[in-house]
Design a protein around this ligand. Sequence first.
Ligand code: GTP
Ligand code: MG
Length: 240
Amino acid sequence: MKNFWGIVNKVLKHVDIIILVQDARFPEQTENIELEDKAEGKPIIHVLNKSDLTDKKAIEKYKHKYKNCVYLSAKEHTGTSILLQKILEISQGKNSVVGVFGYPNTGKSSIINALKGRKSAKTSPRAGYTKARQLIRINDKIFLMDTPGVLPYMDNDPTKLAMIGSIDLSKTKDPDLAAMQLIDLKKNLICKYYGVKESSPERVLSEIAIKYKKLIKGGKPNMNETAKMLLKDWQKGKIS
Ligand SMILES: Nc1nc2c(ncn2[C@@H]2O[C@H](COP(=O)(O)OP(=O)(O)OP(=O)(O)O)[C@@H](O)[C@H]2O)c(=O)[nH]1
Ligand SMILES: [Mg+2]
């Protein structure tokens, strides 16, 4: 994936407030410490997006962990007025430019559209979709800047990135490893969704393969194809 840090570094210098978008299903894995370091003391609002795909109780603790934390669902338009309120509270009612940053595919562009009330920023299930910054006016006080998703320099574990949906699946080298890691973390949900028994991640994956007739010659389970199906269903939020 192209490295968009150049754009992000420039935008960081020009914004008053930072929104860091994290996936509510993986708040810690999508935290982006590198961005927080570069914020140089500017106020940060942690937005846990896609909260429609998770249990509110499971993310409750982040309200305590982060000074400013808002649960949001860009899809269902929940949490949007709380976020706008938070911005006004921090800017003390003055005009402000708010940069929207985060891992690829966490829903940055979708959040901007939800706040605006109509589609102004382009969105896609494919990670790495936004390729340039874009300034969008929300009201007479707030401007939002959409930015391309970026990964911390240290975060180059392709299995994790495939699992959290931050890299393009067609470029994932070992989808089976990513899928098994995801099964290990979310076994109950995944087994329920596909209607298979809970067992080892490898066993679960092969049972899904058999059930969905994803087989290679000789009738053996096609683990890679099954893994891609699972990761895609997960990224699309079908399994929740
Ligand atoms: N279920 C659910 N899906 C969401 C939500 N917000 C965004 N999505 C989906 O997540 C995918 C990525 O959304 P984008 O808004 O394009 O994400 P982005 O962070 O701008 O992505 P990049 O520009 O690639 O970094 C799309 O398929 C959206 O429909 C949400 O609150 N709930
Ligand atoms: Mg985007």
